[in-house]
Ligand binder design. Structure first.
Ligand SMILES: CSC[C@H]1O[C@H](OP(=O)(O)O)[C@H](O)[C@@H]1O
Length: 346
């Protein structure tokens, strides 16, 4: 199984498979301190909401190693955790992992005691995410029609999680249970997670995958080639508004126009129980170079401005179902919404 994050206790360090170079090159970054983890998250060497949360949990462990032995270890730790929390704003998993660790070490009187707690928690968060994805896969596959042809966006596979995947976890489970005919993957400009990562993950698994340009998705639905759309999420509110990779909202609108179910698959750690409305979700803006480089133009075009929001928000009214390891919520009908009001327990 593909594992993009590997903790090495003896060093200690977090090894990160640099997703900026996939699928052409397998290069591992070795993060020996929390600042290096924060940088790896910010530059998207590691990306995907659950994977970001797992990396942050190990980043806390590295931060505790850095401050161990200092009288002011608790204050020094908070500085490092603030830096880690600022790596990317939208995926709530990052903040969930850090605050869950802060809660669990709150009673520790020494850095060494906190280190032992944080290490166990980080390992648990990584393993629990894999188990959550396998449950999400089962629940999501059961919603799909026989011989389903699904369309997915961005990358929500093993590279973005603790393994198996969220939306791609549903795809993998549906494939292994014979319920899936094929997958249509959007390229997902400008970072090309679909072209570079999803198509590669699925091809490696022998799952039939067809790559399309983002702007072809609605036409594929209009042509009757899509039975369901399934995506991941970076932050979900209590009422079921969903922040996800830019382009998800357009897919939801097209799916609604063609009466195609629009599913969101995510672990409970992606639900932000403090938020009711998606309007309150901070959307990350990324640098213009990502757009130009996706077109092979390293320096852009003089006099041309860009906008590069990394996410958008799909209102609950356009979401058919949200699948977490705790069950399925149906925002349009209001059924099962209590599942989105319960905070995730690490
Ligand atoms: C299971 S990954 C969830 C989510 O994260 C991705 O964003 P990014 O690649 O920028 O980290 C994308 O929105 C996925 O749907």
């Amino acid at each position: 199984m593909l594992v993009p994050l590997q903790w090495e206790e003896d060093k200690p360090c977090l090894r990160v498979l640099d997703q900026r170079l996939l699928p052409g090159e397998n290069r591992w970054l070795v993060c020996e301190n929390s600042r290096q983890v924060a940088d790896a998250i910010h530059v998207m060497a590691v990306r995907g909401a659950p994977a970001i949360g797992i990396a942050a949990a190990w980043g806390v462990v590295l931060a505790l190693h850095e401050v161990a032995g200092r009288e002011d270890w608790s204050a020094a730790l908070q500085e490092r955790l603030s830096q880690l929390a600022g790596a990317r704003p939208t995926a709530v998993n990052l903040h969930w992992a850090i605050t869950a660790t802060q809660r669990q070490i709150a009673g520790c009187e020494t850095a060494a005691a906190a280190l032992a707690v944080a290490g166990r928690l980080a390992a648990h968060i990584q393993a629990a995410d894999l188990a959550a994805n396998q449950r999400i896969g089962e629940l999501g596959a059961a919603l799909l029609p026989e011989r389903a042809r699904v369309l997915t966006h961005c990358n929500t596979g093993a590279l973005a999680t603790g393994g198996h995947g969220t939306a791609l976890g549903v795809v993998r489970t549906a494939w292994s249970s014979g319920r899936l005919q094929s997958v249509m993957a959007t390229e997902t400009r400008p970072w090309l997670q679909g072209l570079r990562l999803t198509s590669w993950e699925l091809a490696e698994d022998g799952i039939p995958v067809t790559l399309i340009v983002d702007s072809a998705a609605a036409a594929m639905m209009q042509a009757g080639e899509v039975d369901a759309v399934i995506i991941g999420a970076d932050r979900i509110t209590r009422r079921g508004d969903v922040a996800n990779k830019i382009g998800s909202y357009a897919l939801a609108l097209a799916a609604r126009a063609h009466k195609i179910p629009f599913y969101v698959a995510a672990p409970a750690s992606t639900v932000d129980v403090s938020l009711e409305s998606g309007e309150d979700i901070e959307i990350e803006d990324r640098e213009a170079g990502e757009i130009w480089r996706a077109a092979g133009l390293e320096h852009g075009i003089a006099g041309v401005r860009t906008r590069n929001p990394a996410f958008d928000v799909t209102p609950a009214s356009l979401v058919t179902a949200i699948i977490t390891e705790n069950g399925v919520s149906w925002p349009a009908s209001g059924e099962g919404m209590e599942l989105l009001a319960e905070p995730a327990r690490p």
